[in-house]
Design a protein around this ligand. Structure first.
Ligand code: NAD
Length: 385
């Protein structure tokens, strides 16, 4: 099968997420890295792109040059990944969608709810794919949890508890470190710190696994390190449309927690526990039963999980291959788009612009709630009410 052409904006040398996208897009042979505007510094970006094997005429200095250059080609990129800092996502994603490109945008998709609604509208009008990189939703065992919930293995879901709490900004002496400081500065980070950075991943995971949406929430924000204007810790109570009770804790000062993303689902007849740091194992307990460990790669795993596993049981498939699973789904969606056929339904679960919008609405609702002493807020985007 011919490879699809892939391009990236941002994700340059030394960036945090760039390598995961490069590994992810190319891991399964679906995409060829054909074009890029990889760095805020044009010369650095061009040089780095060429060092990665991109042809000189497709190693662009900035995203506007890339958009114009790719639009003029017959072999234009089939997918553009936007892996730049948050405040640039809206403008770049919108421009590429309007020019007829499929886009995978990093989270948070936008800085405001209004921008999120605009992206949803533009994506719909363009008929292009707009995906958002909630990559944790593509781990095989997360897909397996989603299948178990949908198949009723836990009965009606009563409670979901999601955490994304790490301790990497706990050092008060880091206050002037520019890599840390901007995250708590509203001028650069927007209305929220940790909730917008990590909390939305955990909240998305809850919605994704349950196949449900956050409807209302109440939040308590804290800035535990002196001098931080935005929150470095948040506790959010929420309710989902189907009535499920939700709890979210997200923090950057939880010393000893490393990555810190985990999720617990409790239904009437069973419970599940999964943590990103042990992604191959899913803990399952039936009401009155013993704890079982469901292992990635074992026989009898759901097709949703099996299609996204590559290596044998007992061998870890970590973060870059979870990102790769987003690209597996997108490759199928794009091939179906090009062929004018329906995509394999198993490949349609990847997170979309609507998910990016819902996250922004939840962030703004949490900010409003925290300011109002925890008053419950409608967490749905206006366009979905
Ligand atoms: P970073 O600061 O490490 O890297 C940003 C890169 O983008 C740099 O190479 C920079 O030169 C480049 N860049 C900046 N402005 C640009 C522009 N206008 N045009 C082209 N390139 C530009 O940032 P990061 O930590 O890699 O984060 C990037 C994005 O990825 C953020 O939105 C972040 O929230 C997201 N992220 C997501 C995950 C995840 O789990 N999905 C993990 C980490 C980061």
């Amino acid at each position: 099968m011919a490879k699809l052409n892939w391009g990236m904006v941002g994700g340059g040398e030394g960036s945090q997420i760039g390598p995961a996208h490069r590994l992810g897009a190319q891991a399964d042979g679906h995409f060829a890295f054909a074009a890029g505007a990889l760095d805020v510094n044009a010369d650095k970006g061009r040089a780095y792109a060429e060092s990665l094997g991109i042809a000189p005429d497709r190693a662009y200095g900035d995203w506007q040059e890339m958009l114009a250059g790719e639009r003029a080609r017959d072999d234009r990129v089939d997918l553009v990944t936007v892996a730049t800092p948050n405040a640039t996502h809206f403008e770049i994603t919108k421009a590429f969608l309007e020019a007829g490109f499929n886009v995978l945008c990093e989270k948070p998709m936008t800085m405001t709810v209004e921008e999120g609604e605009e992206i949803v509208r533009v994506a719909e009008a363009s008929g292009r794919i707009c995906a958002v990189n909630y990559c944790y939703s593509a781990y095989p065992m997360v897909r397996h949890m989603r299948r178990m919930v949908a198949d009723g293995a836990l009965g009606r879901i009563r409670l979901v508890v999601a955490n994304f709490s790490h301790g990497h900004h706990a050092d008060a002496a880091d206050q002037d470190n520019p890599r840390v400081r901007w995250r708590y500065d509203p001028a650069q980070a927007g209305v929220s710190g940790q909730m917008a950075d990590c909390g939305i991943h955990a909240l998305h995971l809850a919605s994704f696994i349950l196949g449900d949406e956050v409807e209302t929430l109440s939040a308590d924000f804290a800035s535990t390190v002196a001098g931080r204007e935005l929150e470095d810790d948040a506790m959010v109570n929420f309710r989902m449309a189907a009535g499920t009770v939700g709890r979210l804790w997200t923090s950057t000062v939880a010393i000893g927690r490393q990555h810190g993303l985990d999720i617990q689902i409790y239904g009437e007849t069973g419970g599940l526990f999964w943590a990103q740091e042990q992604p191959n194992q899913l803990r399952y307990q039936r009401l009155g039963g013993r704890t079982e460990i469901i292992e990635k790669g074992e026989a009898g795993l759901s097709a949703d999980a099996a299609r996204l596993s590559r290596v044998v049981i007992g061998s870890p498939e970590g973060f870059p291959l979870a990102v790769a699973n987003i690209y597996v789904d997108l490759a199928e969606a794009i091939r179906a788009q090009k062929a004018g056929r329906a995509a394999d339904p198993a490949a349609t679960a990847y997170p979309k612009a609507a998910d990016g919008l819902r996250s922004m609405a939840a962030v703004y609702a949490a900010v409003a709630s925290a300011k109002a002493g925890g008053a419950w807020q409608d967490a749905r985007p206006p366009m979905f009410r």
